[in-house]
Design a protein around this ligand. Structure first.
Ligand SMILES: [Mn+2]
Length: 263
C-alpha cells in the first residue's frame, strides 16, 4: 500500500504562496485503485503521486472553528481539494494539532474522514505506526498540557458554540500569532525531544513513529535486532514543503518539487 503524510501547513489565507503550493500538491495525488485522473493532467512539472491514504499530522489549519457546515471562508478551497481527493478514492485522516482541534465535528461528521484527537495507531501493511501531531510529547510542559486539556474540555466546546463564529476566528487568528512567539524550545531542541520519544516507542515495539509539530523534516533509522524502526518528523508546508511517502514497507522523506523521476 501507499500512504502519504504531511503536517504543519498552518493555513490561514488562500492567497499565501504556501497555501497555493499545497493546492497544487493535493491536486497531484491520485488513487491507486480507480484513477479518473489521466496521467497527462499532472499540473506543470510535478509528477502525479499514487496514494491509498493521506495522513495530515496536525496544524494543517492555523486555527479551526466551524458551525455545522460553516467554515472560515479562506479554508473553503483547500477543503474542496480534500473532498476531491476523497472522491478520487483516497482515504483522508487527520491528527489534531495544537492549532486545530474539534475537527471531527466537520471532517468526520460531514465528510467521513477519520480524526485522531491525539494518538493514532495505524497499520501500514505489516508496519505498526504511532502517529500524532506531537504537542503532548513534552510531559514537562505542564502549563501547556493544562491549557490543552482546558481548551478541549466540554465546557470550552459548549462556550465556543455560544460565540459568534467571526469573533472566534478573530480571537483564534490573533492568539495563534501570539502562541508562535512563546515557544519553550528552539525548533532543533523540540526535534530532539520528539525523536527521543519516538526512539523509546520504537524500542517498545512500534515500527515507525510519525510526528509533526517541530517543523523540521528528519528521518532516523534504527536497527533493533532483526527489526528496523523509523523515527520521523514531517517538517512543514511553510518553508520545507516536505512529506513522507510510504510504499510497500519503505519510508521516504521527500520534498515537493524535488521528486522528478521517483515512482
Ligand atoms: Mn504544532
Amino acid at each position: 500500500m501507499k500512504a502519504l503524510f504531511i503536517a504543519d501547513a498552518h493555513l490561514k489565507s488562500s492567497h499565501d504562496d504556501h497555501y497555493r503550493k499545497l493546492m497544487v500538491f493535493l491536486d497531484n495525488l491520485v488513487s491507486t485503485v480507480h484513477s479518473e485522473h489521466p496521467l497527462e493532467t499532472s499540473s506543470g512539472s510535478h509528477p502525479l503521486i499514487p496514494v491509498d491514504d493521506l495522513y495530515i499530522g496536525g496544524d494543517f489549519f492555523d486555527f479551526w472553528f466551524c458551525r455545522g457546515g460553516r467554515v472560515y471562508p479562506e479554508f473553503v478551497p483547500v477543503i474542496k481539494a480534500l473532498t476531491a481527493i476523497r472522491d478520487r478514492g483516497i482515504r483522508v485522516h487527520f491528527a489534531e494539532g495544537n492549532h486545530d482541534f474539534f475537527l471531527a465535528d466537520y471532517f468526520t461528521r460531514l465528510l467521513g474522514m477519520e480524526v485522531f484527537p491525539e494518538w493514532g495507531t495505524l497499520m501500514l501493511d505489516d508496519c505498526r505506526v504511532l502517529f500524532s501531531h506531537g504537542d503532548t510529547v513534552d510531559r514537562e510542559n505542564l502549563k501547556y498540557l493544562r491549557l490543552r486539556k482546558l481548551l478541549r474540555s466540554s465546557p470550552a466546546y459548549r462556550l465556543q458554540r455560544l460565540l459568534p463564529l467571526p469573533l472566534l476566528w478573530k480571537i483564534a487568528g490573533a492568539s495563534s500569532a501570539a502562541s508562535k512567539q512563546s515557544v519553550r524550545f528552539s525548533e532543533e531542541r523540540l526535534t530532539e525531544i520528539l525523536h527521543g520519544y519516538a526512539e523509546r516507542k520504537i524500542r517498545q515495539g512500534f515500527d515507525a513513529v510519525i510526528l509533526g509539530h517541530c517543523h523540521q523534516p528528519l528521518m532516523k533509522e534504527y536497527s533493533i535486532g532483526s527489526r528496523r524502526g523509523y523515527s520521523i518528523t514531517l517538517g512543514d508546508w511553510i518553508r520545507h514543503f516536505s512529506y513522507l511517502y510510504y510504499k510497500d514497507g519503505i519510508f521516504e522523506l521527500r520534498f515537493f518539487g524535488d521528486e522528478a523521476g521517483k515512482g
